[in-house]
Design a protein. Sequence first.
Length: 336
Amino acid sequence: MDWHEAFKGLSSDLPAAAAEHEDEERRGLFGRLRENLGKAGGALREHFRTILFDGITDDLWEQIEEALIFADVGVEATVRIVEQLEREASEQHLTSRDELLGCLAGIVARLLQPDDPDERLIDVSGEPAVILVVGVNGTGKTTTIGKLAFRLAELGKTPLMVAADTFRAAAVEQLSEWASRVGCEIVRQAPGSDPAAVVYDGIAAARSRGAGVVIVDTAGRLHTQVNLMNELAKVRRVIGKQIPGAPHETLLVIDATTGQNGLRQAQVFAEAVAVTGVVLTKLDGSAKGGIVIAIREELGIPIKLIGVGERLEDLRPFDPDEFARALFLDETPAGS
Ligand SMILES: Nc1nc2c(ncn2[C@@H]2O[C@H](COP(=O)(O)OP(=O)(O)OP(=O)(O)O)[C@@H](O)[C@H]2O)c(=O)[nH]1
Ligand SMILES: [Mg+2]
């Protein structure tokens, strides 16, 4: 999936620079993505390598189950996936490792496919559109905002960042740095200010300056910190009062390396602030990647973006087929 297909509400005329970039990406960066994602899939693929695919036995299904649970897929989803695999393997008389893994990748890809294809788009059709970015400390919120603003600017939108993380001393500076790298505006106040007030200013500024997408950075908080979760709900209300229907997106950033804990975070954040999508970061690290399946299966929240590195370019729209292949298969994906 290309970047211009990742958003709802973009002008259909893609700026020339972006078109060129996407073309280059299709040719060159795909390999890099594969390489980065490959690390996420690596642990799981390695695990599969230790399984002896020596005929279809109960032992084989058990080992596949173990591998999926090891990869953070979650027990319920694992059981469903392996049942389906057993069914398809028997119907199609699959026996070899390649056939079974191919089938498994297909099952997982279908499972990750949203019922409505529009569901995984990021809605930037509002004027301005407001994207609220939330999550636990250190998951990659600020970095993701930098990367997202970069893509939006490239696609002809005018992003404006709002530094509503007034809590951590260096947070405003960190976001300002991203804003200057991207070349977009930022609205900020002194550290310690009320985040809701900064957001209020930010939206007013976006309106008066004609910025198309307001991206709001928030302080990291544990899902167990009730006061901070209430603060987030307040920020959300303030946004909604200024622009009915906003925030148009509330993106929850989850660090893929934290495994199943990400599921619990997603649950609590979704209850507090109506999360519209998940950004899964650090898939280039030691993550095992299966948490994507658990979040989708158990919470039904679409995964919208994945972070595969620390550079401006290292954010990708989530593509279920590509992801499933990277998790299970050694092959290079088609089209690269
Ligand atoms: N390898 C890798 N590192 C990432 C990715 N996304 C973010 N990081 C790194 O994770 C660290 C934390 O990122 P931040 O963007 O500051 O995270 P945050 O959620 O804003 O953190 P707080 O504001 O403190 O809650 C930084 O060192 C980032 O470079 C990713 O996709 N891959
Ligand atoms: Mg931050």
